[in-house]
Design a binder for this molecule. Structure first.
Ligand SMILES: [Zn+2]
Ligand SMILES: [Zn+2]
Length: 118
């Protein structure tokens, strides 16, 4: 697959937050933050911003100690779990998913226009 196709997938990722935008504070403790994917409350050290979509997601800081707990950060791809799925598809050269996403966006747009008509 070409770099161009890969970039298309990356560009199709919805930017949820701007780079450098702060993560969501936990309501009850100012030093804790909320993961944008699983809504879990995490320590400052346990949350990281995805460079593709801007989401703040929890990451596995100490895999050996925490075992099977699941995290929303894919260290291998340097992306959140939401983006890593798209990136993996892009790397495989399977761009069907990208087309599906585009169709979904179009459908969304159309349904909004339908609402207006009613
Ligand atoms: Zn999470
Ligand atoms: Zn992401």
């Amino acid at each position: 697959m070409t770099q161009d196709a890969f970039e298309k997938v990356i560009n199709s990722i919805e930017k949820v937050r701007k780079p450098g935008e702060k993560p969501e504070d936990d309501l009850y403790s100012t030093d804790k933050f909320i993961c944008d994917l699983c809504q879990g409350i995490r320590e400052k050290e346990e949350i990281t911003q995805c460079g593709f979509c801007g989401r703040w997601v929890c990451k596995d800081n100490d895999r050996s100690a925490k075992g099977k707990e699941s995290y929303c950060w894919n260290e291998e791809l340097k992306a959140c779990e939401s983006c890593s799925g798209l990136i993996l598809l892009a790397q495989k050269g399977d761009l069907k998913e990208e087309n599906t996403l585009r169709e979904e966006k179009d459908t969304e747009k159309n349904s909004k226009e339908d609402d207006k008509d009613e």
